[in-house]
Design a protein around this ligand. Sequence first.
Ligand code: NAI
Ligand code: 15L
Length: 269
Amino acid sequence: MTIKLHHRLLLTGAAGGLGQALRGRLKANCEVLRLSDRVDFGAVQEGEELALADLADAAAVSAAVQGVDAIVHLGGYSVEGPFEPILQANIVGVYNLYEAARQHGVKRVVFASSNHVTGFYRQSQTLTTDMPPRPDGFYGVSKAFGEDLSRFYFDRYGIETACVRIGSSFPEPRDRRMLASWLSYDDLHRLITACLSTPVLGHTIIFGMSNNAVTWWSNEQARHVGYVPQDSSDVFRDAVYARTPAPDLSDPAVQFQGGGFVKAGPFSG
Ligand code: NAI
Ligand code: 15L
């Protein structure tokens, strides 16, 4: 059973894929779940409230943050793409969120970072959380900005953040790459719960992955979070191999951890 440590919890990006997956699960963590996105998603249920906000709109973000005890920040541009919308959603947006947290005294944030912060490391490497970012596009750069900004707000204002470098969180791994990067929805919820409940979080980077046999990432430096994954991509391995072609080892999408993101674009227009 999850202990309800928070009275009111804010979930941004609530209308997205992970937001919808977490909406029901996070009700176990709080008395009131405040759902935010820039798109409407219909009626709220018991124990929920709605705060529509575009992340680029500082006043709307401030109103969404006011009165909450902690934030799970999933909202944003979630793939590689042109710089301008990434700038607004992920760079201006994360600044607006942390300024609102500072002004309203919110002391803990779980930030949905991404494996694309380190997408230009090779699939033959094992990363620790203190290795330098090697973003694989504008999207990865924007998440690296969020990680740095949250570290500044911790050092200066004491706002604790877990930067969860989510791998690939979908119902099942879609290809061979995701056998390494997969994070089940239940493990994502376990990870967020651990980040919200560990006594001292500090500013922590943690890879968001299930207990997959093939892995590129070590969470050895984030043991204080207490995240213990229960699921594994291994049960999907045979089916994934059966439906996908053998990898072309000369393809950058196969060589690098970021997969297809490393060759997306250019988006300069
Ligand atoms: P998604 O694209 O399905 O959901 C993102 C949500 O953010 C959408 O509902 C969208 O309306 C909202 N949003 C976009 N721009 C906004 C803005 N300017 N203002 C307010 N809301 C805005 O993405 P998904 O898969 O649910 O991912 C959630 C978060 O986790 C994202 O930040 C993504 O970068 C991150 N992530 C997800 C991974 C995955 O495997 N699903 C992997 C790594 C990171
Ligand atoms: C991400 O950061 C994206 O948000 C998600 O849609 C997937 O593409 C994931 O990375 C991945 O690397 O599989």
